[in-house]
Design a protein around this ligand. Structure first.
Ligand code: NAD
Length: 275
């Protein structure tokens, strides 16, 4: 028996990296997962991987920043799996530069993906969760639903060159705390995980100016090998985390053992308490 048998989860940006590990972890514990990614082939591959392991999954691909996406995403949970119990707002990327060089486009791209997209997903989810909760109450069923938002230690402590990203990642902490207050009455916990350094494409030591096509733009991905080494040296556990370890911290907020924890931010950072 998994800890999430019968639950239905949305995980945005789950075609690779931390999101993929979250989707696989939730599915391995019995949740049906609606996978999402910008790249349909990666989103589809994760949904297929879950099904091949005996789990339940479908993919709703496309950018979380697109108008109308939230309704399709939430709608799929209900139409494909008949419920909505867990929402993980994970999709995101960085588009760095110093303030004097930052364009409006660069600024708004970060707010769109890290704030507007989770806002729209939670707005679309509210009437669905309200009705499901009402039905639970009428049936005498106790079901605590879960939202886990993904932030960054950069959002908590600041990081030079990331004014846009840190604004988004700080903002999602405020949204977490507010939604915990609005949704407590629907028996929903809303928490946030702020990652330190986790080994994914975002922090890969490409060193060759690698880019990825994100929302139609060529965005630089990865960080300098020397910088990663320097950061890792400041981590008490002495290394960057793995996507599986990152997923474990999200999972903690999805299980019944955390049913009375809400409005919190935890760092998943190998013991790093600041930047
Ligand atoms: N890796 C780290 O060290 C680290 C640290 C702090 C916070 N985070 C956060 O964790 C989350 C996951 O990052 P990751 O390290 O796994 O990165 P990643 O690049 O490995 O994976 C991110 C995934 O999100 C998808 N994505 C990006 N923009 C999207 C959009 N608009 N719509 C749908 N999907 C989109 C990408 O295609 C990709 O599959 C992000 O929110 C990131 O900001 C990561």
């Amino acid at each position: 028996m998994g800890k999430l048998n019968g639950k239905v989860a949305l995980v945005s940006g789950s075609g690779r990296g931390i999101g993929r590990s979250i989707a696989l972890k939730l599915a391995s514990e019995g949740a049906a997962v609606v996978v999402n990614d910008l790249y349909p082939e990666t989103g589809d591959a994760v949904a297929e991987e879950i099904r091949s392991l005996g789990g339940r999954a479908c993919a709703v691909n496309g950018s979380v920043a697109e108008p109308g996406f939230a309704e399709r995403f939430v709608g799929a949970a209900v139409e494909q799996f008949g419920g909505l119990d867990i929402i993980v707002n994970n999709a995101g990327y960085t588009w760095d530069t110093v303030v004097q060089k930052m364009t409006d486009e660069q600024w708004y791209a970060m707010l769109d993906v890290h704030l507007t997209a989770p806002f729209r997903i939670m707005r679309a989810a509210q009437p669905v969760i309200r009705d499901l909760h009402k039905a639970d109450m009428e049936a005498g069923v106790r079901n605590v639903r879960k939202v886990v938002n993904i932030s960054s230690m950069a959002g908590q402590f600041g990081n030079a060159g990331q004014l846009n990203y840190t604004a988004g990642k700080a903002g999602i902490i405020g949204m977490t705390k507010t939604l915990a207050k609005e949704w407590g009455r629907m028996a929903v916990t809303v928490n946030c995980v702020a990652f330190g350094v986790i080994k994914t494409r975002l922090t890969a030591t490409t060193g060759d100016g690698a880019t990825a096509k994100i929302d139609g733009r060529d965005i630089k991905v990865g960080i300098n090998a020397g910088l990663l080494k320097m950061i890792e040296a400041t981590v008490p556990l002495g290394r960057a985390g793995t996507p599986e370890e990152a997923a474990g911290s999200v999972f903690m907020f999805c299980i019944p053992e955390s049913d009375y924890v809400s409005g919190q931010v935890i760092a998943c950072s190998g013991g790093l308490t600041g930047l």
